[in-house]
Design a protein around this ligand. Structure first.
Ligand SMILES: Nc1ncnc2c1ncn2[C@@H]1O[C@H](COP(=O)(O)OP(=O)(O)OP(=O)(O)O)[C@@H](O)[C@H]1O
Ligand SMILES: [Mg+2]
Length: 271
């Protein structure tokens, strides 16, 4: 097996008194898709926010090519080749396709022509990049991102990451709001990104989507890694049980009752 591009080593994360992640260690390799699975609130997006520079670990380290790194901002993570498509958006509905493709790409990074925004050129590059990922319906870079379908928007974000040479592509539930056809398209693009040698982290609640693209699976339960296995090691049923959080309904019910006892009879709210 090749050396990991990106590693988490014994990472913990607390927000004040709340411990969200416990001793997370993970390796990510080029040309591989890591599926991060787990129930709501398990800590998946928090792992992603550490890797994308939104939050910093409370302890433990993140390594790129075996060297420890610290991301003080999302910008620094991006500069290390980590491209993240966050859960619930991250695109700009009122921007054109061409414009949004080049958002945040500074002229100092060798993009001379874009010091003065060259609309035609930006549109042509963006449309070409999206088409090369198989979204041939997008032909006009002046169209507003807000007018694209969910799948097209995800595809645009992925095309952008691939185009600007990301080494690591992180997708937090890219297929959650999509129909079958669009989800299939996003999964196909994930496989294409993998074929081009990117390391991909893919979060989903749908076991079939995970199994369609995953080479390596890590299951988070209450902020800790409960299982870490490779494609073919577990059946669909086993993965489904793990994704449901591993807790039996009985445990769950008694927890809810306990919560309600200590919260004036109110049930827990989904955050
Ligand atoms: N900034 C924060 N401050 C306090 N608690 C937080 C913060 N961010 C996340 N949490 C808590 O950490 C836990 C994990 O949240 P996270 O968003 O990582 O879950 P998730 O696995 O992505 O869930 P989902 O599948 O619903 O997206 C939750 O209990 C959440 O309330
Ligand atoms: Mg999440």
């Amino acid at each position: 097996m090749t050396a990991p591009i990106l590693s988490l080593k014994g990472v913990n994360k607390s927000f004040g008194p709340i411990d969200v992640l416990h001793d997370i260690s993970l390796d990510l390799r080029a040309g591989e898709v890591l599926c991060l699975l787990g129930d709501n609130g398990a800590g998946k997006s928090t792992v992603i926010r550490l890797l994308s520079g939104v939050h910093q670990p409370s302890s433990g380290s993140i390594e790129i090519d075996g060297r420890p790194v610290k991301f003080a901002s999302p910008r620094e993570a991006a500069d290390h080749g980590i491209a993240t498509v966050h859960q619930f958006g991250g695109t700009f509905p009122l921007m054109s396709i061409g414009r949004s493709f080049f958002v945040g790409v500074e002229p100092t990074k060798g993009w001379g022509p874009f010091k003065i925004y060259d609309r035609k050129k930006a549109n042509a590059i963006a449309v070409d990049a999206v088409q090369r990922l198989g979204i041939t319906r997008i032909t006009d870079g002046d169209r507003l991102v807000g007018g694209l379908s969910g799948g097209e928007r995800q595809s645009l974000a992925i095309a952008r990451a691939v185009h600007f040479g990301a080494r690591v592509l992180i997708l937090d539930e890219p297929t959650a709001a999509l129909g079958v056809k669009q989800a299939t398209h996003v999964l196909r693009i994930v496989n294409e990104a993998k074929r081009r040698g990117l390391a991909v982290i893919f979060i989903t609640h749908q076991v079939m989507h995970a199994m369609a693209v995953g080479d390596h699976f890590a299951v988070l339960i209450r902020g800790a890694i409960a299982a870490d296995f490779r494609k073919g090691d577990k059946t669909r049923e086993e993965i489904t049980d793990l994704m449901a959080g591993g807790a039996s309904m009985a445990t769950l019910e008694s927890e809810i009752e306990g919560y309600m006892d200590s919260h004036n009879g109110h049930p827990p709210q989904q955050g």
